[in-house]
Ligand binder design. Structure first.
Ligand SMILES: *[C@@H]1O[C@H](CO)[C@@H](O)[C@H](O)[C@H]1NC(C)=O
Ligand SMILES: *[C@@H]1O[C@H](CO)[C@@H](O)[C@H](O)[C@H]1NC(C)=O
Length: 388
């Protein structure tokens, strides 16, 4: 009996121990489950925080990109302003009589004095069988600051008057005539000292020229007009024959037809849809405005800003859409004496804006340029065509 009680007690004890173990294990399991739930929650929270952080970073990166862009734009703006200040300084130097390129200025003034003496010599006519090509650009001078970003200025080429003409803008109708270069440079920065001539129709682009007392210009209907500057009257006009015209210079889209003059007379630089992407060239009779002959050049219109003709050779000047240094990068000689490979790559001396027009004066061997409202001249160095 005692033994049985002992056994039962032992069994009870064992049962109680077992229960305690089970209880303990259950508590542990609950605790572990709690921890797992906690981890789960934490992981979810971390994941959410990480996502949020990522989103913030993307937003910040976007902001950084925007800031970088605006910084770049600001830098570009500063660059342009530095260019402008530099040019202003060059211009002020010109005005204050400490010219950086004395030789050009002196030659220009000298030209006025000797022109009268030369008048009867007809030296100009003898130049017509010329055979020279550009070797380099020797000097540059900022002569004046007048008018808007685009325009054209020139002396009367082939006339001995020494008068200076200014056609400000790309779609206007008033020509300013200055009696001499000194009048032009010495005048205030407006056109108050000039004689203003009202043309019978507005001009289009910057392709005009002044040749032997006449202004040749292109109106918006692609009509070439010849205007007598002495008695302010229309002398002649023709509709330019070729159809399907497109702007001739990719970087000066206002100019559909550009007129040029050299030792041999008048030229028309233009582009038609048929000959794209190349520029076409035609010789024009200055008296009758008839087209005498035409050529397709290998020079592309893309990134061209202007051109000029010397001794029957077309020089096309290229730049970049964000104005950099202008350069002659394509040459076409109607006589076949200068091939593209032989022609030197001619760089313009300084980096400013872009040329909206370049007009060659054969008598002075100067280029008259309009660069963002500044009137400049470039002096050319020539060499014989066949000497390579
Ligand atoms: C030149 O043309 C611009 C527009 O292209 C005009 O704002 C400016 O007043 C003109 N200047 C003169 C002197 O005619
Ligand atoms: C203008 O002058 C030229 C040359 O002197 C002359 O041929 C022309 O008939 C004149 N025009 C007018 C309208 O007077």
């Amino acid at each position: 009996m005692r033994a049985l009680v002992l056994l039962l007690t032992a069994a009870c004890l064992a049962g109680a121990q077992h229960q305690a173990l089970i209880d303990y294990l259950e508590r542990r399991l609950l605790a572990i489950e709690d921890r797992i739930t906690l981890w789960h929650e934490q992981t979810t929270r971390y994941a959410a925080e990480l996502r949020e952080l990522k989103q913030q970073m993307v937003a910040q990166l976007d902001n950084l990109d925007k800031e970088k862009e605006s910084l770049r734009l600001n830098l570009d703006g500063v660059g342009a302003r530095v260019d402008r200040v530099e040019r202003e300084m060059d211009y002020m130097e010109t005005q204050n009589g400490a010219p950086p390129c004395v030789d050009v200025d002196d030659k220009l003034v000298e030209q006025q004095v000797t022109q009268v003496k030369e008048r009867n010599k007809a030296r100009y006519a003898q130049l017509s069988d010329c055979s020279e090509m550009i070797s380099s650009i020797k000097a540059m001078k900022i002569v004046k600051k007048l008018g808007g970003p685009k325009g054209m200025w020139t002396k009367d080429v082939g006339g001995a008057s020494g008068k200076v003409y200014v056609l400000n803008g790309t779609d206007q109708g008033t020509v300013y005539e200055f009696a001499s270069l000194q009048d032009f440079t010495g005048s205030p920065d407006d056109a108050s000292l000039a004689r203003a001539l009202s043309l019978p129709s507005l001009w289009q682009g910057t392709g005009h020229l002044v040749y032997q007392h006449h202004l040749y210009y292109v109106s918006d209907q692609l009509r070439v007009l010849k205007y007598d500057l002495r008695n302010a009257s229309l002398a002649d006009s023709v509709v330019f024959p070729a159809a399907d015209h497109v702007p001739v210079y990719g970087l000066t889209p206002e100019t559909v037809i550009d007129l040029a003059v050299d030792e041999e007379g008048l030229w028309v630089v233009h582009a038609t849809r048929r000959n794209l992407p190349h520029i076409s060239l035609a010789k024009m009779d200055a008296r009758t405005l008839d087209l005498e002959q035409s050529w397709d050049t290998p020079c592309p219109t893309e990134n061209a800003e202007a051109s000029f003709v010397i001794c029957g050779t077309l020089y096309v000047v290229y730049n970049t859409p964000q104005p950099g240094r202008s350069r002659v990068q394509c040459v076409f000689d109607v006589n076949g004496l200068v091939s593209g490979e032989e022609a030197p790559l001619v760089y313009f001396p300084k980096r400013y804006g872009a040329h909206s027009s370049l007009k060659y004066n054969p008598r002075e061997q100067l280029l008259y340029a309009w660069d963002d409202g500044y009137q400049m001249v470039y002096r050319l160095v020539m060499k014989p065509k066949l000497e390579v």
